[in-house]
Design a protein around this ligand. Sequence first.
Ligand SMILES: Cc1cc2nc3c(=O)[nH]c(=O)nc-3n(C[C@H](O)[C@H](O)[C@H](O)COP(=O)(O)O)c2cc1C
Length: 170
Amino acid sequence: MDFTEHAGEIIRALKPGTLLTTKDGDKLNSMVIGWGTIGINWGKPVFITYVRKSRFTHELLDKNPEFTINVPTGAFDPKILKICGSKSGRDMDKIKEAGLTPVDPETISVPGFKEFPLTLECRVIYCQDQDPAGFDKDSLERLYPADAAGHRDFHTTYYGEIVNAYIIED
Ligand SMILES: Cc1cc2nc3c(=O)[nH]c(=O)nc-3n(C[C@H](O)[C@H](O)[C@H](O)COP(=O)(O)O)c2cc1C
């Protein structure tokens, strides 16, 4: 599949939420993302995702720098987004709870799902922690309010080369 033919569909799916899936060993986990960028970087097709340091997904990505982006192409059970966007994989098996059916990947180690068939297989080629000095003051305070200890939960930006793209057939 040529990912550019589905770029609009992938971007539109971000608003209600799409799935970013990671895996380390036997631990498979999906979280909902609402931010993402698709395009070309360093001459390669890339999907760029923004993951807060507090997420279990962050931990898994740092251990195994591969991920799938899983986009619905039709109706799906709303509990999938509810569970994957509010619970942490640290505390539960979200794949099982959400009723997701993993489908073997073709190129990387992380599967996609039958229920969210449009799949991008991505390998991280660059990642960068956000630099607080780069923000305008309003965005910094609005998006990253400091907790009592002065800690801000910044995002890490992961650039995933899209090494395979396809729609899982039933
Ligand atoms: C609509 C929606 C969009 C979200 N987008 C992001 C995002 O782009 N980046 C992020 O770090 N968290 C985002 N989240 C929050 C995570 O999905 C949520 O914290 C999740 O429970 C993290 O799971 P984990 O700890 O298993 O990684 C979003 C949540 C929702 C409901």
